[in-house]
Design a protein around this ligand. Structure first.
Ligand code: GLC
Length: 735
């Protein structure tokens, strides 16, 4: 009897303990439970008001959590190249903190130019650590919009003109960021390929071009990258704003791709409650602002997903199912970040991150011309170097829009050259040209007399052993800057005149271009060397000097084509409606023929082709082989390519494989990049590389069946070191 009483006593005690433990330690905080279980538990405890509060901003860059349940706020920060300085709660003014100076990593065009996905991973890891240290849960990057026109003000933030390259270079970046305990936010979804009229232009494009060109980088980020949030773009697509677009968000993203993360609007990209509630938006940010400078006095409760949504739920206009889906997604994001107790702690502006920044910068620089082997500079025979150009000293981490940064350090090209040269080398500087200060939304003319600047530089050039010209574009409005497009392909600020005059008085002008876009080069035949150096971030000057002096052998490849003239470009070959549109609507008549797809198919010779980049050494491709000559859809072709470094310096080369569908029932581009590999070879060394090409990637999107289609027949694999330097072809059959 006593035993039974005792047993009963024990059971009752156990029951009380368990219930109280439950009370004290709710399921949603129990990290031994699955995220889905914890989210469902939290959701079941929340009021309607608390759920709606998760769907819109409470400040410029944050969303309310659920304080009553101990669920923290969600904090976001720009940008793709570094963690932006802290803003005031509700203005476009910086808060003036003294502990938020960061590392500036190279612009993503530079990352793309490395053609080295392993660098994308260390980039993402490092920038993720900085965002984590700054207590941000979401980093608003990377941007993967396709380079359709050289005039787009934000091309510098993206990964070039080819969807395959953009996919391969963005996925590891996302892995790196998210392993640091911060959610990446892929942007801008979708078809935001220019800045002119960005807030409303209504893009029309065929399904083929949508699926073959503009969506792949987003799809691979969701499927392979497991990206945890996506930013809707400002523009419209087929009549609906992309921040609440039934086809893009509900159908393609959340149904076809099974995206379980959060769709965040661009700042000011939300325009309608019914659409925001029903067409896939989860968090509304920055409403009634232009995302950069302008603000209206619109309290957060007036946002489209705030009171109008709450009232709609209470009146029955909107179903609770829609609210629960949004709140579930936002809670999942919170549980994956802010509520993940094992998150690493991160670090900010460290020597390690500067080293990562420099490594990527050095590997992304592209050597475009070196006709007299003037590079690398023979520093022991140079006594008097003249550096010309405003870009040799101008800060490039400032300006450009939301990707601008407050850096702990930015080494200018001039400073980098001084750091690298011996004390016995005299380095003189002449500004040469002036562009004016960087202001959003307006062009401010420079205070300088540009004629006198040019004359002074040309005078000094007469007695220099070598002239290093550092020019290109900058982050001014209507240059490489958000919320506006460039007005021309030509270099601005009278640089062509200056370059011609410099070349007249000195045959040794090395041109270094800083830009995120292609430019015309009418002076190309008058100079012996041209280097495309992107916006390289904190270590810019050191990276440029390393390449110019030969400490680093350049191995970058162009992620987009440099056309000879703007009218050669596909987007500019179909009149105003194709670019920039008629201010209401725009039709991408170039369709699937974007970038090299256009120049190759139309047989237009570019100034410098996609995938092109020189080295200080020479490489020789051996005979490529393939494991068999006929394939089915499920196969993966494996191409083995021998490569030899037959020069005197260690170096890296990128082997690229383009696929041609010889006979298709629809028009297809002449060839499309479907595989690449970067090889590191010592002088005299030979290696073979295996490049895997899943045959399914060779399909086209068939509008007749609304799906991908791979037609049997002959395919040609072109192997080379740029889209125009094809050394051999292999013919295969697809059954
Ligand atoms: C900007 C940009 C977007 C940025 C956001 C917040 O307008 O379009 O890329 O992340 O607003 O600054």
């Amino acid at each position: 009897m006593i035993k039974k009483v005792f047993l009963l006593f024990v059971l009752i005690t156990l029951g009380i303990v368990t219930i109280s433990a439950q009370k004290l330690f709710p399921i949603y905080l129990d990290e031994s439970k699955s995220i889905d279980e914890r989210v469902a538990n939290a959701l079941s405890l929340m009021t309607v008001d608390e759920k709606v509060a998760l769907c819109h901003a409470q400040s410029k860059f944050s969303v309310k959590g659920v304080a009553r349940l101990g669920i923290p706020e969600l904090w976001m920060s720009d940008g793709p190249h570094g963690v932006r300085a802290e803003f005031e709660w509700n203005t476009w003014q910086y808060a003036g903190w003294t502990n938020d100076s960061c590392t500036a990593f190279p612009a993503l065009t530079c990352l793309a130019a490395t053609f080295n996905p392993s660098l994308s991973y260390i980039y993402g890891k490092a920038i993720g650590e900085e965002a984590r240290y700054r207590k941000k849960d979401v980093l608003l990057g990377p941007g993967v919009n396709i380079y359709r026109t050289p005039l787009n003000g934000r091309n510098f933030e993206y990964l070039g003109e080819d969807p395959y390259l953009a996919s391969k270079m963005s996925v590891p970046y996302i892995w790196g960021v998210q392993e640091s305990g911060v959610a990446a936010c892929l942007k801008h979804f979708a078809l935001n390929n220019q800045e002119k009229w960005r807030s409303h232009i209504d893009v029309e494009v065929s399904d083929r071009a949508l699926y073959e060109i503009y969506l792949p980088a987003f799809k691979s980020a969701v499927i392979e990258g497991k990206v945890e949030s996506i930013m809707g773009s400002y523009n419209k697509f087929r009549g609906q704003h992309c921040c609440h677009n039934e086809l893009l968000l509900n159908k393609i993203l959340k149904t076809d791709w099974q995206f379980d993360g959060v769709v965040i609007s661009d700042w000011g990209g939300t325009h309608d409650s019914f659409e925001a509630v029903n067409y896939g938006l989860d968090i509304e940010m920055g409403t009634h602002t232009n995302g950069l400078t302008s603000d209206t006095n619109s309290p957060y409760n007036t946002f489209y997903l705030a009171d109008p949504f709450l009232e709609g739920i209470k009146s029955g206009k909107y179903s609770m199912k829609l609210l629960d889906d949004k709140a579930t997604r936002v809670l999942k994001l919170l549980f994956r970040t802010a509520l993940q107790s094992k998150r690493p702690l991160g670090s900010l502006a460290t020597a390690e991150h500067a080293a990562v920044s420099r490594k990527i910068a050095e590997e992304g620089i592209v050597l475009l011309k070196n006709s007299t082997d003037i590079l690398p500079l023979k520093t022991n025979s140079l006594k008097n170097i003249l550096v010309v150009g405003e870009n040799a000293t101008r800060m490039m981490t400032k300006g450009g829009g939301s990707s601008e940064l407050k850096v702990k350090l930015e080494v200018s090209p001039l400073q980098g050259l001084k750091n690298a040269m011996g004390a016995d080398v005299k380095i003189t500087y002449a500004m040469g040209y002036a562009s004016g200060p960087s202001m959003y939304g307006k062009v401010v003319p420079p205070k300088f007399n540009t004629d006198s600047l040019r004359k002074a530089a040309v005078e000094l050039a007469k007695q220099a052993d070598v002239v290093i010209y550092v020019g290109g574009l900058n982050k001014n409005y209507l240059q490489d800057c958000e919320d506006g497009d460039r007005l021309q392909l030509e270099l601005p600020f009278d640089q062509n005149l200056l370059l011609n005059q410099l070349a007249e008085v000195n045959p040794k002008v090395v041109v270094v271009l800083l830009s995120g876009n292609a430019v015309a080069m009418p002076w190309l035949n008058k100079v012996p060397a041209v280097v495309q150096a992107w916006y390289l971030g904190s270590e810019a000057g050191n990276a440029i000097a390393s390449v110019l002096t030969g400490t680093v052998n350049p191995s970058g490849k162009l992620p987009f084509t440099f056309p000879v003239k703007l009218s050669d470009c596909g987007a500019h070959s179909f009149g105003e409606l194709s670019y920039p549109g008629d201010s209401i609507k725009q039709v991408y008549s170039d369709d699937i023929l974007v970038g090299y797809r256009w120049y190759d198919t139309k047989k237009i010779t570019p100034l410098f082709p996609f995938g092109y980049g020189l080295s200080y050494t020479s490489f020789k491709l051996g005979k490529a082989t393939i494991q068999k000559s006929s394939f089915t859809l499920a196969d993966t072709a494996i191409v083995t390519v021998p490569l030899a470094n037959i020069g005197l310096l260690n170096g890296k080369e990128v082997i690229q494989i383009y696929v041609t569908d010889s006979k298709a029932s629809v028009q297809r581009p002449l060839k499309e990049l479907k595989g690449f590999a970067k090889m590191n070879l010592k002088a005299g060394e030979s290696k073979t590389v295996e490049i895997k090409l899943p045959v399914a990637d060779w399909a086209f999107y068939d509008e007749k069946i609304g799906n991908w289609n791979l037609e049997a027949g002959k395919f040609i694999l072109s192997i080379g070191t740029s889209s125009r330097d094809i050394s051999q072809k292999i013919e295969v059959a697809v059954k």
